[in-house]
Design a protein around this ligand. Structure first.
Ligand code: FE
Ligand code: FE
Length: 263
């Protein structure tokens, strides 16, 4: 198996997406996106979102160049095959990237995909392509360019304003629709792309004890499946349909996301 997350000899799309993201992801840009999407009136089901991802390829991902729906089922099935006794865990695998539908609706990929990081404080060197933050206006704004920026020491992950993308959006969609997935699962969705924290251990001056023990453990557990299932065999359309009917549709119902949701 070749190395995953190798950004050195990577597709030009990957680099372009990150450089656009890093030069444009400001406190203001995040606030605008939060406002825009919290007022969105789009109504559809989880199944509709999966179908939309049949047309979507993530330009920031050096490891995947197939439509995202395959990655959804590969991640979910990798978790299910790990014999977890937590039935919501495979469901989290299936839906973790559904926030990428924003892109199908016209949002540029820099506001949808890629690794995430907090805004409102200094951008950490461990972020991939961190040199491209030189062009970000917040890098030159003294309210935001210090170690703590607008935050208090150990304020906790949930008090950070994260860069806008599919993680934060999907988390908000689930909250907005009163999903009953346990907190561990909600946090997997919200922070799965926060590689600078969960893999590089940056930003520990801002996280709290709970983040560093419980949340990090679960996010890293999730991450194994998110990352390493990308090398697994692709699941064909008919199999996906069967899995949906037999396994995932009933789980959506159980966790209160079985019907039409507001996106
Ligand atoms: Fe993702
Ligand atoms: Fe993913």
């Amino acid at each position: 198996m070749t190395e995953l997350r190798d950004f050195t000899s990577t597709k030009s799309d990957v680099q372009n997406t990150y450089s656009l993201q890093h030069s444009s992801m400001t406190m203001d840009a995040v606030a605008r996106s939060q406002k825009k999407w919290s007022g969105s009136q789009i109504i559809m089901t989880i199944k509709n979102a999966l179908e939309l991802l049949e047309t979507f390829v993530d330009e920031s991902d050096p490891d995947v160049d197939t439509e995202n729906v395959y990655h959804a089922f590969q991640t979910a099935e990798s978790i299910r095959k790990s014999n977890t006794n937590l039935d919501w865990f495979p469901l989290v695998g299936l839906i973790h990237d559904l926030g990428k539908v924003m892109s199908v609706w016209g949002e540029p990929q820099w506001l949808v995909v890629g690794d995430t990081f907090p805004v409102g404080c200094k951008f950490d060197k461990s972020i991939v392509f961190s040199e491209s933050f030189g062009d970000n206006p917040d890098t030159h704004d003294e309210r935001y360019n210090t170690k703590f920026g607008i935050y208090d020491e150990h304020c906790g992950l949930d008090n950070l304003t994260m860069s806008w993308g599919h993680d934060e959006y999907m988390y908000r969609v689930l909250r907005r629709n009163n999903a009953t997935i346990p907190n561990e699962g909600m946090n997997m969705i919200r922070y799965h792309s926060f590689y600078p924290w969960h893999t590089s251990n940056a930003y520990r001056h801002l996280t709290d004890e709970y983040d560093e023990t419980i949340t990090k453990k679960w996010v890293n557990e999730f991450n194994k499946h998110d990352l390493y299932s990308k090398a697994d065999d692709v699941i064909d359309k008919q199999k996906m349909e069967e899995l949906w009917k037999e396994v995932y549709e009933p789980l959506c119902v159980k966790y209160n996301i079985g019907g039409e949701l507001m996106w």
